[in-house]
Design a protein around this ligand. Sequence first.
Ligand code: PLP
Length: 287
Amino acid sequence: MSRIVYVNGAYLPEEEATVSIFDRGFLMADGVYEVTSVLGGKLIDFEGHVARLARSLAELDMAQPISHQELLAAHRELVARNEIDEGLVYLQVTRGNPGDRDFAFPDPETTPGTVVMFTQSKPGLANSPAAAAGIKVISIPDLRWHRRDIKTVQLLYPSMGKMAALAAGAGDAWLVEDGMVTEGTSNNAYIVKGHKIITRELSADILHGITRAAVLRYAAEAQMVVEERSFSIEEAQGADEAFVTSATTFVMPVVEIDGASVGAGTPGPVAGRLREIYLEESLKAAI
Ligand code: PLP
């Protein structure tokens, strides 16, 4: 069965889905995206992702080309049509196709945004072997632009970081700016010291992770102490535990940073407990 994808209101087999070569997403990386995970056929944290999409669009002066209700209906339709049990829905909105290339933004009245959505099936997402083993990370300089709070499709540098990590035998790279970790290539970064969970405070330096917000809320509800501040690679290497969070990896333990074991070099109890709580609570709230 060929995958059914969504393009500007139409549901099409992936082979028949097209966007223009003049689309500003293609020519200028002028677009934003969201990734919502699917567990048991249901959407995890959908409301958070839609709220962040609205914010990303507003920050870039882009019109919202599709309503909340239409977004939810399309997500559900794609999950159903593609029989997704565990996996994700990818959503991208670009500034559309003005019919030519120009640095100036087109008039949104005459150039509507392009909306595409597709699913990816990922059986075993929740019971991931990587989560049981933990991942290794390397550090690299953070050379991205300075509006990382906007979830744009400008993902070349994070892709280069991921390639550098894979070449070094690691699972991901942590980005470092002014001596401090900002975040992972596609996740938020945390360390645990004693009873404290430490993660960088929100600003334009990092993406405001939807999973981050949920995990910090669940941590506080479980009487865990959360400190929102920057930390260095050296502090992380000396921490008791480290982990990352994202919509598709949930809470993922980090067991090695730049070749140095973190804690015992195995996934720690705090990350393990947070992963359990996150999966349990977000499954309960899934729609
Ligand atoms: N930071 C970056 C740079 C990301 O790309 C992502 C997710 O793609 C995250 C953090 C985690 O965000 P979320 O929990 O909303 O998936």
